[in-house]
Design a protein. Structure first.
Length: 420
C-alpha cells in the first residue's frame, strides 16, 4: 500500500503476537476452565493451579528473556513463542487428566513469558519514533480481540463437539499464525531500508522538546515503588480476568451469558487499549493512569456485587474492567518510557514486566484457594479492588516525584544548559 510505513505492518504483526501469546493462552483459555473442571473432575484449587503454573513458567521465562533474545533475534524469538502456544493447545487435546494439563500450562507459560509485551515493546521502540504509545496500544489490543471472538467460538465448539476438538483446532490455527508472523516481522527499519516512523518528519520539534524533559531516571526508591506497583497490578489483573468465568458461574450466571460477558470484556479491552494509547499521547502517562486506574477500580467493585445475581453488574463490570485492563498491560511500558532514561528503556520494561508476572504468579492460585475456604470468589475481587487502589497511588506518587525532579533539574541549569 503506497505511503504506508512498514512499521504499521510490524505493528499489526505485534497485535497478532499478543493475540496468540496472551490472548489465547490466558484470556481465551479462561473460558475452558469450567469445562475442564467438570469433565475431568478437577477441584477449584487444581483448576487455579493451571493458571498458577502458567504464571510460574512465564515469570521465570521473563527472568531469562535477555539471555534468550541475546541468542535469537526478535523475529525468531516471537515465532518460537507463538509456536509454543500452539503446542500447548495440542497437548491439551491429548490430556486425559490433571498431569498433561499441567504440562500444557507450563508450555503456554513459555509462550506468554517470551512473546508478550517485553519483546513487543522493544520491537515498537525500534520501529516507532512518534506514536509509540498508540503502536503499543494497537499491539496490546490483540489480547482483547482474542477475548471478543474466542469465548463464543470456544463455547459453541465445546458444547457442539468436544473439548478435544476445540483444543486441536485452536492449536493448529496458532501454528499457521506463527508462520505468518515470521513472514511479516522485521527486527528494525534498517532491514527494509527505512527509518523509524516519524523520525525527522516535519513538526517533530515540539515532541522532541517534550521528550527532553521526560525520562529523568528512577532513583533506587522509585525503582522499588514502581516494581511494587507492577507486582500489585499483576496480582489483580491476570488472576482477576482468568477467574471471571468461574466467578460468574458460581453466582448462577448461564454459560452463554458468561461467554457474552467475556466477549464484552474483549470488545472493551480493544477499545480501552486504543483509547489509552491516544489519551496517553495527548495528555501524558500521569493523567491516563489516574483515569484508567479509576475505571478499573469501578470494574472490580461491580464484580463484588455479582452475588446479587443481577446480570447488570456482570455486564457493567465487564465494560469497566475491559477499559481498565489497558492500564495493566500497556501501563508498565508507558511508565518505563516516561520515568526512566531512554537508553535504559529496555531494561525498565523488562523489570516492570517481570515484577508484573511475579504478582500474577504470587496470586494466581489465591482465588481458587479462597473459594475453597469461603465457598465464593467474591472475597478475591474485594482483595483485587484494594490492590488496584494501592497500585494507583504508588504510580501517581512516582510521577509526581519525577515531575518535581524534572522541575528542579531545569531550575538549577544555566541558559546554556550547564548544571550549576
Amino acid at each position: 500500500m503506497k505511503g504506508l510505513h512498514y512499521g504499521w505492518i510490524v505493528c499489526l504483526a505485534g497485535a497478532l503476537t499478543i493475540f496468540i501469546t496472551m490472548g489465547t493462552v490466558s484470556n481465551g483459555f479462561a473460558v475452558y476452565l469450567p469445562y475442564i473442571m467438570d469433565e475431568y473432575g478437577l477441584t477449584n484449587g487444581q483448576t487455579s493451579s493451571l493458571v498458577m503454573l502458567r504464571c510460574l513458567v512465564a515469570f521465570f521465562s521473563m527472568l531469562l528473556i535477555r539471555f534468550f533474545y541475546d541468542r535469537v533475534s526478535l523475529r525468531i524469538g516471537i515465532f518460537l513463542s507463538a509456536f509454543f502456544a500452539g503446542t500447548a493447545f495440542v497437548l491439551y487435546s491429548f490430556a486425559g487428566g490433571y498431569g498433561l494439563f499441567c504440562l500444557g500450562a507450563a508450555i503456554s507459560g513459555l509462550a506468554y513469558g517470551l512473546g508478550s509485551m517485553i519483546p513487543i515493546s522493544i520491537l515498537m521502540g525500534n520501529w516507532f519514533y512518534r506514536r509509540r504509545a498508540l503502536s503499543l496500544s494497537i499491539c496490546g489490543a490483540g489480547s482483547g480481540i482474542a477475548t471478543i471472538f474466542l469465548p463464543l467460538i470456544t463455547t459453541r465448539l465445546v458444547e457442539s463437539s468436544s473439548l478435544k476438538t476445540s483444543f486441536t483446532l485452536e492449536g493448529a490455527a496458532i501454528w499457521v499464525l506463527a508462520v505468518i508472523l515470521v513472514i511479516l516481522i522485521r527486527n528494525d527499519p534498517s532491514e527494509k531500508g527505512l527509518r523509524p516512523y516519524g523520525q525527522g518528519a516535519p513538526g517533530t520539534e515540539k515532541a522532541d522538546a517534550r521528550k527532553s524533559h521526560a525520562g529523568r531516571g528512577l532513583s533506587p526508591g522509585m525503582w522499588v515503588a514502581m516494581c511494587a506497583a507492577c507486582l500489585v497490578m499483576g496480582g489483580l489483573a491476570n488472576p482477576g480476568f482468568s477467574h471471571l468465568t468461574v466467578l460468574f458461574d458460581s453466582e448462577g450466571i448461564s454459560a452463554m451469558d458468561i461467554a457474552l460477558v467475556i466477549s464484552v470484556v474483549g470488545v472493551m479491552i480493544v477499545i480501552g487499549k486504543l483509547l489509552y494509547g491516544e489519551v496517553t499521547d495527548r495528555v501524558g502517562g500521569l493523567a491516563s493512569t489516574i483515569l484508567f486506574g479509576g475505571i478499573l477500580i469501578a470494574g472490580h467493585v461491580m464484580c463484588c456485587l455479582t452475588f446479587t445475581g443481577n446480570k447488570t453488574f456482570c455486564f457493567a463490570g465487564g465494560v469497566a474492567l475491559g477499559l481498565g485492563y489497558a492500564l495493566c498491560s500497556i501501563g508498565p511500558s508507558v511508565w518505563a518510557g516516561d520515568l526512566e532514561k531512554p537508553q535504559r528503556y529496555g531494561d525498565a520494561v523488562r523489570r516492570f514486566q517481570v515484577t508484573y508476572a511475579g504478582g500474577a504468579l504470587a496470586f494466581s492460585a489465591v482465588p481458587g484457594v479462597l473459594a475453597d475456604l469461603t465457598g465464593s470468589y467474591i472475597p478475591s475481587y474485594i482483595l483485587f479492588s484494594v490492590f488496584n487502589g494501592i497500585s494507583l497511588l504508588i504510580v501517581v506518587w512516582a510521577y509526581l516525584l519525577s515531575h518535581r525532579k524534572a522541575r528542579a533539574d531545569v531550575r538549577w541549569r544555566h541558559p546554556d544548559g550547564e548544571r550549576v
